[in-house]
Design a protein around this ligand. Sequence first.
Ligand code: NI
Length: 397
Amino acid sequence: MLQEHSDIIKASRRWYKKQVVWRRHLHRYPELSWAEHETTKFLRERVKSFGLKILPLKMDTGLLAEIKGNRSGPVVAVRTDIDALPVTEQTSLRFRSKTEGRMHACGHDMHMATVLGVAAILSERRSELNGTVRFIFQPAEEHPPGGAAPMIANGAVEGVSMIFALHVDPALPVGKIGLRDGVTMAAVTDFDIVVKGVSGHAARPQEAVDAIVTACDIVQTLQTVASREIDPVAPVAVTVGRIEGGTARNVITDKVIINGTARALSEDASRQLPRIVKRIARSVAKAHGARVDINIIPGYPVFKNHPEANKVLTRCYADMFGRNKIVTTPPVLGGEDFARYLQLVPGAMFRLGCRNTKIGADKPWHSSGFIVDENCLLHGTALLCAAVHDCLNGASD
Ligand code: NI
């Protein structure tokens, strides 16, 4: 193993306990997208204590900070998301969320603790860095159109030659990481449909236009987007996750709200989706004599990892933990606004194994029972430190 890699592992071991404390604190006090005020304060305090320079940011939450090495060189960025989800935690962890309806159920608390550890370690090793490390603490990953675009508008990736990020993965055992070149995650387009009918008495449907019946028909017909509208070799998913309407069983309602999301792994399919969703909603409503208002919310672009960044990650992880600990992850239809940075600069996000069935760390992302094996803090921290270090100090195979 390269000497600097073994030094990095030692440093990661040294910071591990601190990282667990930070992570548990963040886990206890989750904040939703665009409301990460206390989280931002916590991050700023830590980052300042490591001696990082805080960069100007015209946003209510989030943080940009830098370590300038002793010699000049490229700028390499590390990004973490910082927001939690509107989920009520149902674990028996001692440090479970203090707030009902809010939970770090996607592991962003782990991402923050990892990246804080990276900041701590690399600031200790500042004298040997040939270049700059920029830290992007990004709000609102869970809330399209997301926090990446405003971060970028604030100069987050200006001058950056490579960017890295991580995501914990409960499908991968702790100790392993997952990588994939090219398309890894889906383009996301969210949509809101408001169905407008005419209200009336439950017993006199002939005088009303039933918004519930119309909405049900729209939801059903949307199922044909994947099966009949898009080339079947291009994976897409259209899901209505929320529907709201009506006041009483004996009243025909005049309004139903449908909230859905459409995902595609190809840009071509992604471009078609809004048009098809609109056409179906309008036509089905018309068939029922109802009207619709449709709001299409452009979400995240197709997520593509750059092979040259994956090469750096592969080389570092293989050297530190063994090549047999690296797996190729399959593509998924989840979305992630790290995709926006990857449209502008080469980079990659790796999956950090956090699975451990013995402690119940095997529940899916976003579930109320989501648990991780914190030991993966060590692997994630060491890998990011090594990758940044190698990019700045010109290591290659
Ligand atoms: Ni996430």
